[in-house]
Design a protein around this ligand. Structure first.
Ligand SMILES: CC(C)(COP(=O)(O)OP(=O)(O)OC[C@H]1O[C@@H](n2cnc3c(N)ncnc32)[C@H](O)[C@@H]1OP(=O)(O)O)[C@@H](O)C(=O)NCCC(=O)NCCS
Length: 137
């Protein structure tokens, strides 16, 4: 298994995997154009895990100049509980920290116990903030 930077050329393979791992979290924000823009705005921070010749894990990572964010933290079901997620998130956070960022924020569905256990295991604490949402068109 190797971990390397995500490239826009990975998009089709990643998007196929997200249909399995992250379907509920996918929306129009995840178009090829938007992911391309995200990777350009946050160079070298989003990672993929490759095993057996295919992408088996993703982390979309970046920062806004003051706080780091991770989206689409996902590992294919056949490859879970091997610390691939932990390695992906760790690599992304090292790269965000190297850019001078000191805090991370993660969005996780309130009923995603697996996601919450994962983030807890990486030292994240749940907050009592509520996420507000609005479409701009
Ligand atoms: C969450 C996810 C990315 C974890 O990937 P992973 O590679 O299996 O996780 P790791 O092996 O690195 O797990 C690290 C630690 O997280 C915790 N953890 C991971 N999966 C867990 C589960 N199903 N139940 C309880 N704890 C879990 C454990 O503490 C684990 O350490 P351990 O195996 O030594 O006990 C993966 O389950 C996934 O893709 N889930 C669907 C998408 C999702 O919900 N993503 C998170 C969005 S907020």
């Amino acid at each position: 298994m190797i971990i390397r930077c995500m490239k826009i050329e990975d998009y089709d393979e990643i998007f196929d995997m997200w249909q399995i791992t992250s379907r509920r979290a996918l929306d129009s924000a995840d178009s090829r154009e938007n992911i391309s823009r995200y990777l350009t705005r946050n160079p070298g921070m989003s990672m993929v895990a490759v095993a057996d010749g295919k992408i088996v894990g993703t982390v979309l990572a970046g920062h806004d100049g003051r706080v780091g964010f991770i989206h689409h933290m996902a590992v294919h079901p056949d490859y879970r509980r091997k610390h691939i997620g932990k390695m992906l998130a760790g690599e992304a956070m090292n790269r965000i920290a190297a850019d001078g960022i000191e805090k991370m924020q993660i969005y996780c569905y309130i009923d995603n116990a697996m996601g919450q256990s994962f983030w807890n295991s990486l030292g994240f604490n749940k907050t009592d903030n509520i996420l507000f949402y609005k479409d701009l068109k």
